[in-house]
Design a protein around this ligand. Sequence first.
Ligand code: PMV
Length: 362
Amino acid sequence: MTQKDLIPKQEPKKIKSGEVTWQSPSNIALVKYWGKKENQIPANPSISFTLGNCRSTTTLKFTEKETSDNTFEFDFFFEGQPKEDFKPKIQKFFQRIEEYCPYLKDYKFEIHSENSFPHSSGIASSASGMSAIAVCLMDLERQLFPEIEEEYFIQKSSFLARLGSGSASRSLEGGLVVWGEHKNIEGSSDEYGVKFPYDVHEIFKTYKDTILLVDKGEKQVSSTVGHDLMHGHPFAENRFAQAHDNLDKLISVLKSGNTQDFIKIVESEALTLHAMMMSSLPYFILMKPNTLEIINKIWEYREKTEIPVCFTLDAGANVHVLYPEIHESKILEFINNELVVYCQNGHYICDQVGIGATKIDN
Ligand code: PMV
C-alpha cells in the first residue's frame, strides 16, 4: 500500500454525529526503535510484544460543523478532566494526518481518554493513547466510507498512529508486530506496523511482562529529543545495522522457541538503547541505581535457577521482566521476595502478550 492509497477518493456518506470507543494497548519493544527520519520514518526496523493490560480507552464524539471552516475543532479530556496541555499534541497530530483524513475539518470532536495503568507510573502512554485515537478516527472513516476493508482499516490505523507517535504504530494488532522495513520480513514497512508474518513458537504466544516501577517521575528526556540525538551520533550507523541484524536473528529464535538466544538479543537491545543515550551529546543516564540492582538480581536468579527470565527497558528507569507463562508463579515469588524492594512504593504491573486494539460498544 502506498501513501496515495491512504487518501479517500469517494464522496463520504452524510453522517451528522456519533461516538465510538476503542481500547488500545501499550507494547514493549524487543528490538528497539531509536532514531528517526523526517515524517516519523524509523531509522531502523523494530519488533514488539503487544501488551494486554496496559491500555488506553478512548471515546471519540463527533458532530458535523454547521458551516465548514478551516480549523480543527476539538476538546480533549483525560480521566474526565479537560487537559489543555495535551491539545497542542493533538493539533500537531491532526495537521500531520489531515492529508489522509480530509474529513477532519468537517467535524467538531470531543476526545475522552483514560489509562488502565496509573498515570505518572513512568509507563509511556503515547503508544496506547495515540493508537486509540487513530483507530477511533478510522472508525469514523469507515462510517463515512463503508466499503473500507479490514486490512486497510488496520493498516491505515497503524499508519495514522505512527504519525502521532512512532511506537504507537505497533499497538493495533496482537502478538508480535514489526514496524520498519526489513529485507527478510515480507510486507514490513516504514509506514505502518504489520503482524510478524512467520511461525511463532507457542512459548512466545503467552509471554509474561511484569513491569517493575522503579521511577514514576516524568520522563527526563522526551522521545522527540531522544530520537534527535541519533542525528550525528558517532555510533548511529552501526546501531541501525545492528537492529537489522538482531531482527534477522529473532526470526529463527521466535520460530524455534530458543529462550537462551532470545534473552541475548533482548537484553543486548535494552542495554544498547541506553548506551546510545549515554554516548550522545547531550548525554543522559535514564537508569537509576535500582534499575541496576534489579538487572543484577535477575542475572543471579537466572544463573541459579536456569529459568529463562530476562529484562528489557524503555527510555526510562522501569524494568520489564519477561518470562514464559509456565514460570509465572516462581517469578512472581522471586519478584515479591527480592525485587519489590527496588520498586517505588513497592509497585509493579502484571502484563502479558495481548490481542491489540478492540472496539467497545457504546
Ligand atoms: O514512540 P516514541 O517516539 O515515544 O519512541 C519510543 C521508543 C522506545 O520506546 C524507547 C523504543 C521502542 O521501540 O518502543
